[in-house]
Design a protein around this ligand. Structure first.
Ligand code: ADP
Length: 317
């Protein structure tokens, strides 16, 4: 029907090379690496072979060029990425705690992403899209929620579909506006991609089973729960429950796992693969991502995932 399209922030990530010291003293850094959850997602759709495009805004600077060139090289339609004079592309500095946890110093509050608008190029891309992927995190950026809702309405009206990663901060959902946005998107979602307690928060339910029942009752076609090292589960009226164990890998950098997982799952389903097969490819994509440093460095092609799955001795169902 048309490409998978998303709307959201593009930024770069720059990492500390020490553990525990943070940025309190000078040290060599690694990066910049292309980043931003929507950018990672859409890059993975294209790398896997799906038609893909993104509505976004970057600054007139190297960080913007780095991102746009990566997306273009990987096959993403970048025609609706605006370049905003006088605003920087956002950046995030990552520091590591001894227990493996990470903290971020963000420079995104006044970045070009906040200038994302429904331009003629954005309207043209959305007008030919067959699917919109909505990320809850994008709601935090001024102006983006309105573009996403318009994109959802346009794509639904022409018979397209919607996926929703409700990676929205809990405090935002509990506030009235955030909750309304989540409910508006849930009402038109075909594929829901929560991780951790996002399933319970999205459903306003106390248990996984109750949450799944409530959400399928809203008319959501399928729910795919991301469980990190414990793999993933699919729930739908058509296929019931399908579980898929994770691949055992050494985690170097967890950023991007959920986005790559979602992108591959969606692209498999849009291509007509059954849930069990889509879950296997998606788990492989999530696992491969965490083995690479840099949020977008672990995106996978179909051939790379076939090799990865074969090397792990897991047959494709
Ligand atoms: P999110 O990044 O949205 O929180 P997860 O952390 O659950 O999502 O990661 C998405 C998927 O990536 C998981 O369902 C799993 O298949 C895979 N994955 C993530 N972390 C690991 C890991 N440490 N080992 C193996 N697979 C992983």
């Amino acid at each position: 029907l048309g490409p998978t399209v998303t709307v959201g922030e593009i930024l770069v990530e720059i990492m500390a090379t020490t553990v525990g010291r943070g940025f309190l003293s000078p040290q060599p850094l690694v990066g910049p690496f292309p980043s931003g959850a929507p950018a990672i997602f859409i890059d993975q759709v294209a790398r896997f072979g799906g038609a893909a495009g993104i509505v976004a805004a970057v600054g007139e600077d190297d960080f913007g060029v780095l991102n746009v060139e990566r997306l273009r090289t990987d096959g993403v339609d970048v025609s609706a990425i605006a370049t905003v004079p006088g605003k920087p592309t956002g950046s995030a500095f990552v520091r590591y705690r001894p227990d493996g946890a990470r903290d971020f110093v963000f420079n995104i509050a006044h970045s070009a992403a906040g200038e994302t608008r429904m331009t003629d190029a954005a309207r043209a891309l959305i007008g030919r899209a067959g699917h919109v992927h909505v990320m809850g995190s994008a709601f935090a950026i001024p102006g983006i929620a309105a573009i996403l809702l318009e994109a959802v309405a346009t794509v639904k009206a022409r018979g397209g579909s919607v996926s929703f990663d409700p990676n929205i901060r809990k405090e935002l959902v509990q506030g009235g506006e955030g909750r309304r946005l989540v409910d508006d998107v849930l009402a038109v979602t075909d594929l829901l991609l929560p991780s951790g307690d996002e399933l319970l928060v999205a459903a306003g339910a106390a248990t996984e089973a109750a949450a799944v029942e409530r959400l399928l009752g809203l008319g959501i076609g399928e729910i795919v729960l991301k469980r990190g090292r414990d793999g993933s589960s699919h729930f739908s009226r058509a296929f019931g429950r399908v579980d898929c164990p994770a691949f055992a890998v050494e985690e170097i950098d967890p950023t991007g796992a959920g986005d790559c997982f979602g992108a591959v799952y969606l692209t498999c389903r849009r291509a007509g693969l059954p849930p069990a097969r889509a879950l296997l490819y998606a788990n492989a994509a999530g696992a491969r991502t965490v083995t690479k440093q840099g949020p977008m460095e672990g995106v996978s092609s179909l051939a790379e995932l076939d090799d990865f799955i074969a090397a792990a001795g897991r047959g494709v169902p």
